[in-house]
Design a binder for this molecule. Structure first.
Ligand SMILES: Cc1cc2nc3c(=O)[nH]c(=O)nc-3n(C[C@H](O)[C@H](O)[C@H](O)COP(=O)(O)O)c2cc1C
Length: 260
């Protein structure tokens, strides 16, 4: 079965999910690739995916699919298009995110034929406190490409089975975010507005100062990683403590897991 079109559907505030999906699709080598980037598109219009292959990717937040992804993916429908699902995690654990993504995708009519848990630099990673820094690295991307080739072969053999996927149902309890947000160091800030532009949930406003609505921040760290002036940081002691725990407990690099 030749694959003409691949639909990449992803939420990726710090870019690791997107990069991994791009490596997977290289292994599939379709003639056309459509990007459905849901990161900055909270009100995406309903879309039906009816041909080709879909690759749906999300980051793992507290062992689950981020709530905002669920709403955005719910705008897509499919009629059994073969689908790869991908959970990107920061070298701690992916827990129930992949089975949750399988269930969401299946409810929307996608036919899950393969799944992967890949590793990306943790959103909280900083040069001083690195957690999976630089991942996905060259080895991760090579594995992602090989995974794409394996899925292409599975499709060629007309094998549409859904594999067993690691994770529990019922899923672990969802952790509610909100209340903590990165802060702006006014000495470094040029009021360029990049942080507001890249925020997936539009909680940052820039006028003569930068204001962040912490109650609705999802802590994705896109504003920190995209600031060209090193003006955004998570200084809150709760995040500092969490980051140090992750640095100490998640230092051993994990290997991507695939289910096919
Ligand atoms: C609020 C929040 C919760 C997270 N929870 C987890 C987790 O449970 N396990 C893990 O390994 N990584 C966790 N991470 C790290 C992200 O999964 C990881 O950085 C991922 O690569 C981000 O994807 P992106 O680059 O596409 O935004 C979390 C990150 C954030 C911001």
């Amino acid at each position: 079965m030749a694959i003409n079109t691949a639909h990449l559907i992803y939420f990726s505030p710090t870019g690791t999910t997107r990069r991994t999906l791009e490596a997977i699709v290289t292994g599939i080598a379709p003639t056309q690739i459509h990007h459905h980037n849901l990161t900055h598109n909270s009100a995406n219009s309903p879309l039906q995916i009816s041909s080709g292959i879909a690759i749906i990717g999300v980051p793992v937040y507290a062992g689950r699919v981020p709530a905002d992804c669920l709403h955005r993916i719910a705008n897509f429908k499919s009629d059994n298009v073969p689908t790869i699902i991908v959970a990107l995690y920061g070298n701690r654990e992916f827990e129930d995110a992949l089975v949750e993504l399988r269930d969401v995708a299946t409810t929307q009519g996608f036919s899950v034929i393969a799944a992967g848990a890949f590793i990306g630099e943790h959103s909280y990673s900083t040069p001083e406190n690195p957690i999976a820094a630089g991942r996905p690295n060259a080895d991760d991307l090579k594995l992602a490409l090989t995974f794409g080739q394996q899925v292409a072969k599975k499709l060629k053999n007309r094998d549409f089975n859904t594999p067993e996927i690691e994770g529990n149902v019922p899923y672990k309890e969802r952790v509610k975010f909100g209340g903590l947000a990165p802060e702006t160091n006014e000495e470094n800030c040029t009021l360029c507005g990049k942080c507001a532009e890249v925020c997936p949930v539009e909680v940052i406003t820039v006028s003569d100062s930068v204001k962040t609505d912490a109650a609705h921040c999802i802590m994705c760290c896109s504003c920190i990683k995209n600031c060209g002036f090193n003006a955004r940081a998570f200084n809150h002691p709760v995040i500092q403590e969490r980051t140090e725990l992750l640095v100490n407990n998640c230092a051993v690099p994990k290997t991507p897991k695939i289910f096919i």
